[in-house]
Design a protein around this ligand. Structure first.
Ligand SMILES: Cc1cc2nc3c(=O)[nH]c(=O)nc-3n(C[C@H](O)[C@H](O)[C@H](O)COP(=O)(O)OP(=O)(O)OC[C@H]3O[C@@H](n4cnc5c(N)ncnc54)[C@H](O)[C@@H]3O)c2cc1C
Length: 415
């Protein structure tokens, strides 16, 4: 058993943890980043790779009420839910639904806008610095409707415009001009022009981790067992040793809540599970950008290994057995849009870590000096990881964060 000393230990090497570790290192702190797997191997690996400048509208927005009847049937590809889980987690469900009230929309959209704008800027800087600039595509993100959804599209565009976010409203012909390789099934499209995407989010996180290591950071691969206060320091217990640190950052994504329980914090973190499967692309009919099929309830993204089809939300326990029903439902729909061949590799499952207000927790733990929380980045954690990390590192260093962190304060849920 070894014991090491450092200024900062970051727990979890997903996009949030790696970003926090790098940003802390940039501020001159000594940093150890710990994960049981290689960096970027879990949720930050399997997502749709979209660096979304326009995802300021949380999933629990006022439109959710209107859509609720179709989701209650539990047959829609966009949202499935486990009734037993819903009963056991009724408190989270009620709070999630309550937060979709119209009065709760603007403050959250404004908070997310600040976080997203700061983060997209950092991604564009870091990806070049990390020598992964070839992985980013500035081709936007196409959100598309099969039905006549002009009114919904215009409403979305108006909201984006209020925040100064550019978009283009497209008809069937304009969509075909943009994506000549797809079947013209979409009547209406909205191109988020300021959105970028990457061809392998896992590799981008690994590149950021290498950048952290090159800057003098230390990466440890080990299972984290517990954290405990130790005088004015923290003791991090690993499967193969211990680390003593002045500051600990919990950036364990969907695994963040349980490590805080022994300290008396009960964080209402739920899991919006999602799946992906990749398919061999047809080089003659390439996909140029991610497409969100809003009626179909899936996203298709061109990735390094093939076309990645990602499914909607499954609300259930994080570790409940996989159900591929949503993926099975959407893959034939996706095949009706883009031409692709056999599956490449196995289906993947991950969990979007989500608090009831769909805002992450970023900031100091209420009752423990030196303990910092950075998790709950829900559907847009790949986008928002860099600024979540930069803000956390700034707060540890006593400097102002790059955006308004007040709406993300941990004490809105724990005391
Ligand atoms: C289907 C799907 C599609 C998505 N698409 C997008 C998208 O297009 N754009 C976007 O911005 N976001 C997207 N997201 C959301 C995004 O992927 C997540 O919000 C983000 O990856 C969360 O990052 P994280 O660093 O918090 O968690 P993770 O990446 O899960 O990192 C947590 C780390 O903690 C480690 N860990 C946990 N417990 C322990 C332990 N006891 N000991 C050691 N290590 C431990 C894990 O190994 C893991 O590496 C999507 C999510 C899903 C599921």
């Amino acid at each position: 058993m070894s014991e090491e000393k450092t200024e900062v230990v970051v727990l979890g090497a997903g996009i949030v943890g790696v970003s926090t570790a790098y940003a802390a290192r940039q501020r001159g702190m000594s940093v150890i980043l710990v994960d049981r797997r290689e960096p970027g191997s879990e949720t930050s690996y399997g997502n749709a790779g979209i660096i979304s400048g326009g995802s300021i509208s949380p999933l629990n927005n006022p439109a959710l009420w209107k859509a609720l009847p179709k989701y209650l049937t539990n047959r829609h590809a966009a949202l499935r839910w486990n009734p037993v889980w819903a009963v056991q987690n009724a408190g989270w469900v009620v709070r999630f639904l309550a937060d979709s009230a119209a009065s709760r929309f603007r403050p959250r959209a404004t908070a997310l806008h600040g976080l997203i704008a700061a983060s997209a800027k950092l991604h564009r800087e870091w990806i070049v610095k990390a020598e992964a600039g070839h992985r980013i595509r500035e081709t936007g993100w196409l959100r598309a409707w099969r039905g006549d959804a002009i009114a919904a599209a215009k409403q979305e565009q108006a909201l984006l415009a209020e925040y100064g976010i550019a978009s283009e409203l497209l008809d069937r012909q304009a969509i075909s001009a943009l994506e000549p390789g797809i079947v013209p099934v979409y009547k209406v499209g909205m191109l988020h022009t300021e959105t970028a995407s990457v061809d392998s989010p896992g590799e981008v996180v690994k590149a950021y981790a290498r950048m952290f290591a090159s800057a003098g950071g230390d990466i440890r691969q080990s299972d984290i067992k517990a954290i405990a206060p130790d005088g004015d320091r923290w003791r991090v217990v690993l499967a193969d040793g211990e680390i003593s640190a002045r500051h600990v950052v919990v950036a364990l994504g969907p695994w963040s809540a349980e490590i805080l329980r022994p300290l008396g914090y009960r964080v209402p973190l739920a899991f919006e599970r999602g799946y992906h499967r990749e398919f061999k692309p047809n080089p003659a009919r390439p996909l140029r950008r991610p497409i969100y099929d809003i009626d179909g309830g899936f996203i298709m993204t061109p990735m390094e290994q093939g076309i990645r089809v990602t499914s909607g939300v499954e609300l259930t326990g994080r570790d409940a057995p996989s159900s591929f029903a949503q993926l099975d439902q959407v893959v034939p729909l996706a095949r009706g849009v883009a031409e692709f061949g056999d599956a490449v590799g196995d289906a993947w499952r991950g969990s979007r870590p989500t608090l009831p207000d769909s805002l992450p927790i970023i900031g100091p733990a209420p009752r423990h000096a030196g303990l910092w929380l950075a998790f709950g980045n829900q559907h847009i954690g790949f986008t928002t990881g860099p600024a979540t990390g930069a803000a956390t590192a700034a707060m540890i260093g006593g400097a102002p964060p790059p955006f308004d962190v007040a709406p993300f304060a941990p004490d809105r849920y724990i005391s």
